[in-house]
Design a binder for this molecule. Structure first.
Ligand code: 5AD
Ligand code: SF4
Length: 577
């Protein structure tokens, strides 16, 4: 009997097909076998790659927490471990093999240990199965389309104790009602669409994450509204190509419209990833310019500055068209910080084509850029084109890197002496007295400050620029920043809002008002009846009104909320240490 159950195998060819899309709801019922297994056990997740993978981690963490597992950040403590892989470049992929080996110790020590391999690499033909054959202690390989089935699949493994391969290459679903444990209390990622329809010739994403599927506007807005109500400070809307959002809904919905709906919810910082230059239309520019809470930072991947190279990449714009969009953006938002992705050594790239990339980067004046050496991906058209020799690619990469560092430094230098609002990520890894966070323009800022400012907005004056980060000093007393933050939370906190609403409702409730008047009257009569035979009767009347008040549902709700609100306020007090 085979030791592996194959439920679904990936097929990169199928990934290019466009299925009819259905909106479905996640099954949140935890199978009994998993529930009893999870008690007292730990899960561990390590994620590589982009925000789409990070978001998948949050969802898988949500499912595992619902099953009853506790999260651990210690690999050795894990009873279930997930490696969430990235396939965009080969080096990201190579890391997995070493990673899997490092979990052998968990397996040796703990016969119940389950190792799950997830993420984009699983979408490549044959990779998942070959991993299980090489490392039989892998319990499950799961594709990106099935993160919502993690609990059901783990339960199946527990029942049968046979490794499972479950990777679908195309998905006809948009799954809603997903649980999630967000990785950050102040900043959240929200998916607006899954997959990509662009099929750039170097890119594996359309094969691993399937064709483009947009979530419904109301689902995205409801998720964002909940985040705003929970006091989140920053929302990043996610899609491989946000500007295609809505095309598949075929009802005229555009990304600019969705962005506006989310901006109107009032989240302090709103950003989005990733834009496709030729689809970044004037409506987008208008919307971005109109709302101050939309960050004036735009990631605008160019990939190459040469029109002929862009054609081979199947990017649907020329150098001139890209530059025209940049001019239009800067005309409306002169302070915008533009960042980009650039690939060097794309098949057939000539020296002239490469130089076009250098001149374009200078002309745009990027505030920073991600630079990559082209890496052939299996099943993509560019993998079969004539490759650039590695030494040529490396030499060009170094030249491009030097230019990008120069542009990054030039942009950072313009910030010196000015004050920026920084959303604090937390103490820096190197020095716990130093806090790190990002300014609205996407730049990393470090400054000395107390840890209780994690998750707060802090005004920081920039003193020095160090290419990849800036150094600054707090422009106001830390307690003032914290007080502003507490005020922000009081305004947004769901419990406090409910408490205030209940108080208002109580104040205007005619029943409670009448009960209050009856109580005053009964109290007076009770006092007057003192020493008479009516005293006992009046006392009973008074007590029965008191009991009615005590049992009134609105007042009971307020009493129970009172304790929760109080413990929240005490938690804020305790955080200031
Ligand atoms: N080789 C190198 N870089 C790539 N990217 C995508 N595919 C490849 C590849 N095969 C880069 C692109 C993309 C970013 C996320 O990764 O620049 O914008
Ligand atoms: Fe890949 Fe191109 Fe889609 Fe971006 S737009 S995910 S580079 S295919």
């Amino acid at each position: 009997m085979s030791k592996v159950t194959i439920l679904n195998r990936p097929c990169q060819k199928d990934a290019a097909k466009r299925p009819e899309v259905e909106r479905v709801f996640a099954n949140r019922k935890v199978p009994e076998i998993l529930k009893s297994f999870a008690k007292g056990r730990y899960f561990y997740i390590r994620t590589y790659g982009c925000q789409a993978n990070i978001r998948d981690e949050e969802v898988m963490a949500g499912f595992l927490t619902e099953a009853g597992f506790t999260r651990t950040y210690e690999q050795a403590q894990a009873d279930v471990a997930i490696i969430n892989t990235c396939a965009v470049r080969e080096n990201a992929e190579e890391k997995i093999y070493g990673e899997i080996g490092s979990f052998k110790a968990n397996h040796t020590k703990n016969k119940d240990f389950m190792l799950v391999i997830a993420g984009c690499v699983m979408g490549e033909d044959g990779v998942g199965e070959s991993l299980i054959n090489t490392y039989p202690f892998i319990s499950l390989v799961i594709g990106t389309h099935d993160v919502a089935k993690i609990n059901d699949l783990l339960a199946k493994y527990l029942e049968e104790r046979k490794s499972i391969v479950n990777i679908r290459s195309f998905s006809s679903e948009i799954v809603e009602n997903l649980p999630s444990i967000r990785l950050n209390d102040a900043q959240a990622f929200v998916n607006i669409a899954y997959g990509c329809d662009k099929f750039c010739t170097y890119c594996i994403v359309p094969f691993t994450r399937g064709r483009e599927r947009s979530r419904h506007v109301e689902d995205v807005v409801a998720e964002c509204k909940k985040l705003v109500d929970d006091g989140y400070k920053q929302i990043t809307l996610l899609g491989q190509n946000v500007n295609s959002y809505g095309l598949d809904l075929k009802d005229g919905t555009t990304f600019a419209h969705l962005l506006e709906e989310v901006a109107k919810l009032g989240v302090p910082r709103l950003r989005f990833l990733t834009s496709y230059p030729s689809q970044f239309d004037d409506e987008m520019i208008e919307t971005m310019a109109k709302y101050p809470n939309i960050d004036k930072w735009l990631h605008f991947p160019v990939q190459s500055g040469s029109s002929s190279c862009l054609r081979r990449m199947a990017r649907r714009y020329t150098r001139e068209e890209y530059l025209e969009r940049v001019r239009a953006i800067k005309a409306k938002m002169p302070d915008i910080a533009l960042t980009t992705d650039i690939i060097v050594g794309f098949p057939g790239e000539t020296e002239e084509e490469f130089e076009d990339t250098l001149t374009l980067a200078k002309e745009v004046g990027y505030s920073s850029a991600f630079t990559f050496i082209y890496s052939p991906r299996p099943g993509t058209p560019a993998a079969n084109m004539e490759q650039v020799p590695p030494e040529v690619s490396h030499e060009r990469f170094n030249r491009l890197k030097a230019l990008v560092d120069e542009l990054t430094a030039a942009h950072s230098d313009t910030m010196i002496g000015n004050t920026y609002e920084v959303l604090v990520d937390g103490p820096s890894k190197r020095d716990s007295n130093v806090l790190s966070g990002y300014a609205r323009n996407g730049k990393l800022v470090n400054f000395v400050g107390p840890a209780y400012l994690t998750g707060c907005f802090v005004k920081v004056k920039i003193l020095e620029s160090h290419v990849y980060s800036l150094k600054g000093e707090m422009a106001e007393d830390p307690l003032i920043s914290k007080a502003r933050d507490v005020a922000f939370h009081m305004e947004h906190d769901g419990l406090l809002k409910e408490y205030a609403r209940l108080n208002e409702e109580i104040a205007s409730d005619p029943d409670i008002k009448a009960l209050g008047e009856e109580l005053v009257k009964a109290k007076k009569e009770l006092a007057l009846s003192m020493g008479t035979e009516k005293h006992k009767e009046k006392k009973n009347e008074y007590e029965s009104i008191l009991e009615k008040i005590h049992n009134h549902p609105l007042l009971q709700n307020r009493d129970s909320l009172h304790d929760q609100v109080e413990s929240e306020l005490l938690a804020i007090r305790d955080s200031i240490k």
